[in-house]
Design a protein. Sequence first.
Length: 286
Amino acid sequence: MGNDKKELKVSFFSQKKYTCPACDAVFRKEEPLSGSGRLIAGELTEELHRLYEPSVKYGELYPLAYQATVCPECWFASMDSDFSALPDKNRGVVWNHREQRVIDTELVFPGIDFHKPRGLAEGAASQYLVLRCYEYYDTDISPTIKQGLAALRAAWLLDEMDRKTPNQHYDWLAILFRRKAQFLYNEAIRKEQNGQETLSGINTFGPDTDKNYAYEGVLYLAAYLRYKYGPSGDPEQRKNSLEDARRTIARIFGMGKISKGKPGPFMEHARKIYDDINKELNETAL
C-alpha cells in the first residue's frame, strides 16, 4: 500500500526553502512530478496551450497549477525566478496590501489554502496573484508580458474548472482573463517598441510549460488575442484593430524558416489566424 501510494503522487514539496520578501515567512514550494507516464501530451491549441490526455494511473494533471511561487502567509506571488527580486522600496507596500489581496482573491476562489497541495482553484488563484503582484516590480524585469502570461494561464485553468464544475461562471471569468491578456500582450509590444519596457527580463516566453515560442509566440498571441477578444463594438475601431493584428502576425512569416522555435503546428496556427483576419477584413470592405 505504501509503495502504491508513493507511485501515485503527482507533486512534492521541494527541499529548497523560500523566504518571502514581503513578510519573511519561510516555506517550501510544491512542484509537479512528470515522469512515469504522468503527462501524456495532447493537442496544441490556437492559444499555444498544451493539452494533456488523462493518465489511466494518475488521472488528469495540470502542470500550470504549480508554476507560480506564492507565499502561503501573505499571498505575495511571482514567477519563480523573480520571487526574491522584489525591489526593496516596495516590500512595505506589498505587506500593507496583503489583507486586500487575500480578500479579493478569496472572493473569486473561496476556500483556497496555499499551505496544502494545490488543486485547480489554487492554481488559477496563484496566476491571478502573479498578475496582481507584478505591479510592484520595475520595468527591467519585463512585468507587463509576465502579467499577460499569468492572465492567459489563469484563463486556461479556469477553463478546466468550468469543465469540471460547470455553471459556476468560471467560463465568464476565463473570458475576462483572456481580455486582460489581450491588453497586456499588446501593451508589452507597444512598450518594447517605444522603449518604455524591455522584453529581455523574461527567460522563456512560453506561454505554456512544454515549449518556448520566443518572441514570435508573443507576436502571434498579441494578434490572436486581439482578433478574438479585442474591440468589436465600433466597426471602424474593429477594422483598425484587425489591420494592426494582421501586421503583427505578418512579422512572424518574415523571421525565417520553420525552426525548433517555430515548429509546424505553430506556423499552421499562425497562418490560419492570418487568413481568418484577412477574411474578416475583406468581408468588411464589401
